[in-house]
Design a binder for this molecule. Structure first.
Ligand SMILES: Cc1cc2nc3c(=O)[nH]c(=O)nc-3n(C[C@H](O)[C@H](O)[C@H](O)COP(=O)(O)OP(=O)(O)OC[C@H]3O[C@@H](n4cnc5c(N)ncnc54)[C@H](O)[C@@H]3O)c2cc1C
Length: 328
């Protein structure tokens, strides 16, 4: 599931196949579940915007038909180049609900896009009004939150905050103000030494740990959060890779800070607005956000009975919304 050092590095003399019009790397990592039209359109657009993408697909490589035909000039070539450059990776045989857990994916990625087609159903826990397991204070991640939502939480003694950019450091600083004694802010990548994040953390007595990829939440015998296991990361050829070195940080709570760019930041889709409130399909807002912050969905699993162009459109629009949220 994670990039390791064992993967062969591109020879220095070979021209890098990264597409010319793609944005520079943002350092953000997004998980896409399902390699159908919605999933691949989303992966393509996210990667063109500079994000790292891993697609988790239930079917084996052999059972996959040809890749969905993406719309737009040069999209097929761009997708091939993004795959060759490792900006998009596809993990075949990874089935949500079987050998893949939404909670773990959510922990180890900045955002998750669910595009499992008609296979959605209640099993994902995203169809109701309640956000699923991640708000379960004991067993998994204490909360997925925006700094403004923290007032409702009892401050834990020790906390780890995972997240991107300003939202994460604001969450960590707020936790300290609410009475948490030991707060560690963990980033998958490095930080500017005198940037906003460092300054805010220093002023609030928040510890910072950089270059660490969250792997799993470890629990004690009562099932309560006890620690988080991380793998060290580094940059290789412009992308984040895992190094094989592990570390554990003890904690009572894990908080994942997520961005919230607001509805104006995304292009809404009318078909979603119209029919996403019926039946068993995954409910999303007009920006493809599900009830769980940081988890998005699109394609047939939010609006079944449409045609492939609609799924492609969902994938593209969701990618724009995810990217905007991650930048906020
Ligand atoms: C019989 C039939 C004929 C159709 N004919 C046409 C047509 O001629 N023209 C047209 O435009 N549209 C057609 N459609 C509609 C079109 O196929 C869909 O609108 C489109 O494929 C939806 O795309 P999607 O990405 O949302 O889902 P899908 O294409 O269903 O892709 C979902 C992907 O997620 C994977 N997946 C599922 N569950 C899991 C899991 N638990 N974990 C990980 N991965 C998972 C699946 O293996 C699949 O690769 C047809 C649909 C059907 C059923």
């Amino acid at each position: 599931m994670f990039q390791s050092e064992e993967q062969p590095a591109a020879p220095a003399c070979r021209p890098h196949p990264f597409p010319r019009h793609a944005a520079p790397p943002t350092g953000k990592q997004v998980a896409v579940i399902g390699a159908g039209p919605a999933g691949m359109a989303c992966a393509h657009r996210l990667a063109m915007l500079g994000n790292g993408v891993t697609v988790f697909e239930a079917r084996s490589r052999e059972r996959m038909q040809a890749a969905p035909a993406l719309e737009g000039e040069g999209a097929r070539e761009q997708l091939a180049a993004l795959l060759a450059a490792g900006r998009i990776r596809i993990e075949h045989g990874s089935k949500l609900g079987l050998n893949l857990e939404l909670a773990e994916l959510h922990l180890s990625h900045d955002a998750v896009f669910v595009a499992v087609g008609l296979a959605a159903g209640r099993v994902l826990g995203l169809t109701g009004d309640e956000a699923p397991g991640l708000r379960d204070a004991g067993r998994r991640v204490t909360a997925v939150c925006h700094p403004e939502d923290l007032g409702a939480l009892a401050a834990p003694q020790r906390a780890i905050v995972i997240g991107a950019a300003r939202g994460a450091v604001d969450t960590a600083a707020r936790l300290k103000r609410l009475g948490a004694q030991d707060v560690t802010l963990v980033y998958r990548h490095g930080l500017e030494a005198d940037g906003y994040e460092f300054e805010t953390a220093r002023a609030s007595f928040v510890r910072i740990r950089t270059w660490a990829w969250p792997l799993e939440v470890l629990r004690d015998e009562r099932g309560l959060v006890a620690a988080v296991r991380f793998e060290q990361t580094r940059m290789q050829d412009g992308r984040l890779v895992n190094t094989g070195g592990f570390t554990e940080i003890a904690t009572h709570a894990v908080l994942k800070a997520v961005g919230r760019a607001g509805e104006g930041a995304c292009e809404a889709d009318d078909s979603v607005r119209r029919i996403s409130r019926e039946g068993d399909r995954i409910r999303v807002d007009p920006c493809f956000r599900t009830a769980l912050p940081g988890v998005y969905a699109g394609g047939d699993c939010v609006a079944p009975g449409q045609e492939a162009p609609q799924a492609l459109r969902h994938g593209r629009l969701a990618a724009q919304a995810i990217h905007a949220d991650l930048q906020s």
